[in-house]
Unconditional design. Structure first.
Length: 302
């Protein structure tokens, strides 16, 4: 019975002509209600925005450093190669084709023993003597985390005498990226918890101060969304303003990062600054709105 009534109500509402002027007035009233709620909060607004600004600033700076560290790790990973030393009498071309078929192998280049010996004699000023060096294949892997897997697949190939790569460097790079990624996840979680808690408590105070007014609106038949939306907008406002302010210290670290990239001759990640700014704005606004929604659900049964 109830479902049939709801269906009838939706059908009737669907066929009613829309009064756009009335809807604009309602939207205006909702916005003004949110503005009035912010005014009622008074000096607490400054405390909330300052606290959220500090949280989002830490998040933004750490996130920006993470993007640069990722670029450094990728560049170092690109120079990591596996050196494959071949047995005497082995055909380098056959081994080269077999290695190319291995997953994650990006490129295989041959350095003949004659080329290696010529370079070594020139560098060390050696006299004529028999060439003790083997033919060498240099294997480039697509990502640093795959280098150990490729290494283990090359090792049993017939004709391979020995092979090696900068194992310690690869391990340190993987450890660095693991620490950085874990840190950024931890900061996101802490930022979310603190921001949502702050907004939650603030909206609770607003609800308590407007308790009688909300009860009157309920008795008058005002819809629940009309009561909810101004409170959600208030939380989103705190998050947005705090995010905008957090962009300021983020711009201060851009020049030192540029100088660091130039010093190590590693290009800056494209659009990293813009990406972090957009992420900050979305994160702050979203966390603020979520904090309001949780507070409404907990303290306001509408």
């Amino acid at each position: 019975m109830d479902s049939s009534k709801q269906q009838l109500k939706r059908t009737v509402k669907k066929h009613l002509p829309k009064d756009w002027l009335c809807e604009l007035r309602i939207a205006y009233r909702i916005v003004m209600e949110a503005v009035n709620d912010i005014k009622r909060t008074g000096i607490i607004n400054l405390v909330i925005i300052t606290t959220m600004f500090a949280i989002l600033t830490i998040f933004g700076i750490l996130f920006r450093f993470t993007l640069s560290l990722s670029t450094f790790a990728n560049e170092l990973g690109n120079v990591l190669e596996i050196s494959v030393y071949l047995k005497s009498g082995t055909s380098p071309d056959i081994i080269k084709e077999r290695i190319k078929d291995i997953n994650y192998v990006q490129k295989v280049t041959l350095r003949t023993k004659e080329e290696s010996w010529g370079s070594l004699k020139q560098e060390l000023g050696l006299h004529e003597m028999d060439n003790p060096l083997p033919d060498t294949l240099r294997v480039k892997v697509d990502k640093p985390e795959h280098i150990n897997e490729v290494f283990n697949q090359i090792k049993p190939i017939s004709g391979v005498d020995d092979l090696g790569y900068a194992k310690e460097l690869a391990k340190k790079m993987q450890m660095l990226m693991h620490v950085v990624n874990t840190s950024i996840i931890f900061v996101i979680i802490i930022s979310a918890v603190l921001t949502i808690t702050i907004i939650n408590n603030t909206i609770q105070l607003v609800i308590q101060s407007r308790k009688e007014e909300i009860e009157i609106m309920r008795l008058m038949g005002v819809s629940n969304w009309y009561i909810r939306i101004p409170l959600v907008m208030q939380g989103a406002f705190y998050g947005f303003v705090s995010s905008v302010l957090a962009v300021i210290p983020l711009s201060w670290i851009q020049l030192p990062l540029q100088n660091m990239h130039k010093f190590f001759l590693i290009p800056m990640p494209q659009y990293a600054q813009n990406f972090v700014i957009i992420t900050l704005l979305i994160t702050g606004t979203t966390f603020g709105a979520i904090g309001s929604l949780l507070s409404i659900k907990k303290h306001l049964q509408v």
